[in-house]
Design a protein around this ligand. Structure first.
Ligand code: HEC
Ligand code: HEC
Length: 260
């Protein structure tokens, strides 16, 4: 009997190790898409989501607001299916993110269920009231470009579209939006939407800055933005003293990074 238990334990141990090694080595785009699809159909566990979000806090911040420099995106309020797809793409190296790659691995974050859990937690976080915005002098052009070229996919208020896993863009940091847009346009972000890539090739620099500025100033529906100074009560002991200044988003930064 003891022998049998020991044998089962050894077999389970070996299976577990091989599984996680395989998961790390052969996690290609196909596997990622399938895992994302499974994750979308799962019922998320909010408590587990909160636990898992501890992995993300050091970079994306306890509120999920990222950094106003745009190095770390705001995650709060993003549609769960979008977060799931991005996590899967990052894991599969279908979207390069060397900083975050190790933290997205199955051995750290877990599988489809865990992706669903953390994505649901993020979706429910209220958004930053003071994200990074652009210079504000070309907003009328920004609105026109947005309504003509982007709204059909990203929604009239840049709220995204869960069915098509199209990201919510409203209230995202201006500099992050500009970087992602440039990477999508020049093909560096390989997971991009082909139709979008084609559509945005002919944009001038002025149009890009204007539309991103406009999007960064769109506000979420009532109740989805945190009041100024809000701190996530799930992380009461998180020390912010070591965070770089731009991450302290409870106050408007003295200046926004240059537009170009
Ligand atoms: C070591 C730092 C680091 C950690 C830890 C980290 N991230 Fe990230 N994450 C980044 C950076 C940097 C980017 C932006 C990369 C880029 O510019 O494309 C990013 C981008 C993302 C994006 C894409 C957002 C978008 O709108 O395009 C998602 C989703 C994301 N992270 C989720 C998570 C989750 C969930 C966790 C925790 C399980 C996590 N991250 C942990 C650094 C990190
Ligand atoms: C044909 C549909 C379509 C059109 C038109 C479109 N997009 Fe997109 N966009 C997408 C999809 C789909 C994604 C997500 C791709 C992925 O899975 O990573 C995306 C991603 C993005 C991202 C990255 C968001 C993030 O959080 O990482 C930005 C920024 C963006 N779009 C801006 C724009 C702007 C600005 C316009 C108009 C000038 C536009 N898009 C037009 C479909 C579209």
């Amino acid at each position: 009997m003891v022998y049998k238990i020991a044998r089962v334990a050894v077999v389970l141990g070996i299976t577990y190790c091989t599984d996680s090694v395989l998961a790390q080595q052969h996690y290609g785009p196909q596997a990622a898409m399938e895992e994302a699809k499974r994750a979308v159909g799962m019922t998320p566990d909010p408590d587990r989501g909160r636990e898992l979000y501890k992995i993300c806090v050091v970079c994306h911040g306890p509120e999920g607001w990222g950094s106003s420099s745009g190095y770390y995106p705001q995650l709060a309020g993003q549609l769960a299916v979008v977060t799931i797809k991005q996590l899967a793409d990052i894991r599969a190296r279908n979207r390069d993110n060397p900083t975050m790659f190790p933290f997205s691995m199955p051995s750290v974050l877990g599988g489809a269920q865990e992706m669903a859990d953390v994505a649901a937690y993020i979706a429910a976080l209220p958004m930053s009231p003071l994200n990074d915005t652009g210079p504000g002098h070309d907003l009328e052009l920004g609105r026109r470009v947005y309504e003509r070229e982007c709204a059909e996919c990203h929604g009239d208020k840049a709220q995204g579209d869960a069915k098509e896993h199209i990201p919510l863009l409203l209230g995202q940091h201006y500099s992050y939006l500009k970087r992602q847009f440039a990477w999508i346009r020049f093909g560096k972000r390989r997971n991009a939407d082909e139709k979008m890539v084609k559509q945005i090739q002919r944009f001038t620099g002025r149009e890009v800055s204007a539309v991103m500025d406009y999007i960064s100033r769109l506000r979420p529906p009532e109740g989805k933005t945190a009041p100024i100074g809000w701190r996530n009560p799930d992380f009461p002991d998180f020390s912010r003293h070591n965070l770089p200044a731009p991450m302290l988003l409870h106050e408007k930064p003295a200046y926004s990074p240059a537009a170009d």
